[in-house]
Write a protein that binds this ligand. Structure first.
Ligand code: NAD
Length: 479
């Protein structure tokens, strides 16, 4: 199947007529092709977005809201089809795509469809100066949304929904590794009545298509989710043009477990926070620190639970862990496992490829637990982004806090304890954008989402996203 770009409400071939193969990670076979879009395709997308902007930005919020909610409903109606497509494209279990990815994409549109009706700006009365100041929150114009492969439609729509809700027109690029659901979304946009040109979807490689988008001098804001090195590159390109940037980047998140926690809840959630989506979630708790008093018990119980995880074909309902997203990603993760061995890490479980019968060329890997003696090793410092976690024990709160913060990343942290004062102390001091206490990945779309340090710049979610996609203008009236 040949996917197409979606420009001005129509499906278009790339101008160069060049294509890129799209792989099915569950069997390693090419099952489609996507446009290898060039600068000229991006320019077309930009021009139609620019044409659509004057009218879209003046559309009432009721109309915008209604269209977004309609998109959400159509995603829900097409849940099975989208979930199958996501699972085939990404390798994730279909059960996960059905329970999380697609419902969340629908929620993104519904949430921002509602949020825009409540979005307000401030006014400041300057008493004594006989003046009133009010703030206009105006859409920026044409903006870019660039997303990664791990939660394809979920993250693509997380950016697009607030961008268009706020009255912008968009040039969007999904990951070339998982383009399918972005392509399917385009069909829904017309059905929902989104005016032509408001959202344009261009497929292609990061280094060519993505590069053309970030270099475009008239695209004034970029919302990007992806790797830290790509984010750094985008920041360099965008800085001289003074573009507004939201960068949601990598993570190496601590999962800190104290002996006073609710043990069974912690154990079950830790299995999820380690291996959901094959460990390919920026929020996965890939560094597990356990208080020494329960370390041996945790180690035995954790291995026991992880052993029961079923690695298998993504379409089977019994599968807990599907295929990794690509051959090169599988190889990267395996290299980290070799590094762990060289560094003296103890592979407690997993570490090897899995051959799934009938799908021998798929990219399957065992869930892997590595015991490390020091937090300073590479596997404990660098983002692996696969089904691989490290575990080590700690003695004191100060010691674990230091280790938790001693990485270049700062996305999220999970804390397991029933001690309120300790919770408050650590939540204040952890250098991250999100702290989960006695839970993991519990999301409320109103909350600010993002990281500190090498995990990014800016916040998305709730009104933060609407603020990002608007410019604040102060108007001062003297009376
Ligand atoms: P990536 O950086 O390789 O690619 C992300 C997107 O950027 C893709 O669409 C890609 O085509 C595009 N891109 C690449 N080079 C570009 C360039 N020069 N100009 C413009 N666009 C370019 O990341 P990935 O491998 O797809 O995703 C995995 C990474 O994403 C991990 O590091 C993960 O932690 C991170 N991530 C972060 C969050 C978060 O919210 N912080 C969420 C999910 C994933």
């Amino acid at each position: 199947m040949k996917l197409k770009n979606f420009i001005n409400g129509k499906f278009e071939n790339p101008i160069s007529n060049e294509w890129i193969d799209n792989y099915n990670p569950s069997n390693g076979e090419v099952y489609g092709q996507i446009p290898n879009s060039s600068k000229a395709d991006v320019e077309n997308a930009y021009q139609t977005a620019k044409l659509a902007f004057p009218s879209w930005s003046q559309t009432t919020f009721e109309v915008r809201s209604r269209i977004l909610i309609k998109i959400s409903e159509l995603l829900e109606t097409n849940l099975q089809r989208f979930a199958e497509a996501e699972s085939k494209d990404n390798g994730k279990p279909i059960s996960l795509a059905k329970a999380i990815d697609i419902p969340r994409a629908a929620s993104n549109f519904r949430f921002f469809g509602n949020a825009i009706t409540q979005f307000a700006s401030e006014s400041h009365e300057s008493i004594g100066q006989k003046a009133i100041n009010y703030t206009l929150r105006q859409p920026i114009g044409v903006v870019a949304c660039i997303s990664p492969w791990n939660l394809p439609l979920y993250l693509f729509t997380w950016k697009i929904a607030p961008a268009i809700a706020a009255g912008n027109c968009v040039v969007a690029k999904p990951s070339e590794i998982t383009p399918m659901t972005a392509f399917l979304l385009a069909e829904i946009l017309n059905e929902a009545g989104l005016p032509k040109g408001v959202l344009n979807i261009v497929h292609g490689l990061g280094t060519t298509t993505g590069q053309a988008i970030i270099e475009h001098p008239e695209i004034k804001a970029i919302s990007f989710t992806g790797g830290t090195s790509t984010g750094e590159h985008i920041a360099r390109v965008a800085a001289p043009m003074f573009k507004k940037l939201s960068l949601e980047l990598g993570g190496k998140n601590p999962n800190i477990i104290f002996d006073d926690c609710d043990y069974e809840d912690m154990l079950e959630t830790t299995v999820r926070s380690s291996f959901t989506n094959q460990g390919q979630i920026c929020l996965c708790g890939s560094r597990i620190f356990i208080e020494d008093t329960i370390y041996e018990k945790f180690k035995a119980d954790f291995i026991e639970k992880v052993k029961k995880l079923n690695v298998g074909h993504p379409s089977e309902n019994t599968t807990n862990i599907g295929a990794l997203v690509s051959k090169s990603h599988l190889e990267k993760v395996l290299t980290f496992i070799d590094i762990a061995k060289e560094e003296g890490g103890n592979i407690l479980f997993g570490g090897k490829k899995v051959i799934v019968k009938g799908f021998e060329n798929g990219y399957y890997l065992e869930p892997t637990i590595i015991e490390v003696e020091t937090d300073n090793c590479k596997v404990n410092q660098e983002e692996i982004f696969g089904p691989v976690v490290t575990i080590m024990s700690f003695k004191t709160e100060d010691e674990v806090l230091e280790m938790a913060n001693k990485v270049k990343y700062g996305l999220s942290a999970t804390l397991w304890t029933n001690d309120l004062k300790r919770t408050m102390r650590l939540s204040n001091k952890l250098q991250v954008g999100i702290v989960w206490v006695n839970t993991w990945m519990l999301r409320d779309l109103r909350t600010p989402f993002g990281g500190v340090k090498a995990s990014g710049v800016g916040r998305e979610g709730g009104f933060e996203a609407l603020r990002f996609f608007t410019e604040a203008k102060n108007v001062c009236i003297k009376y």
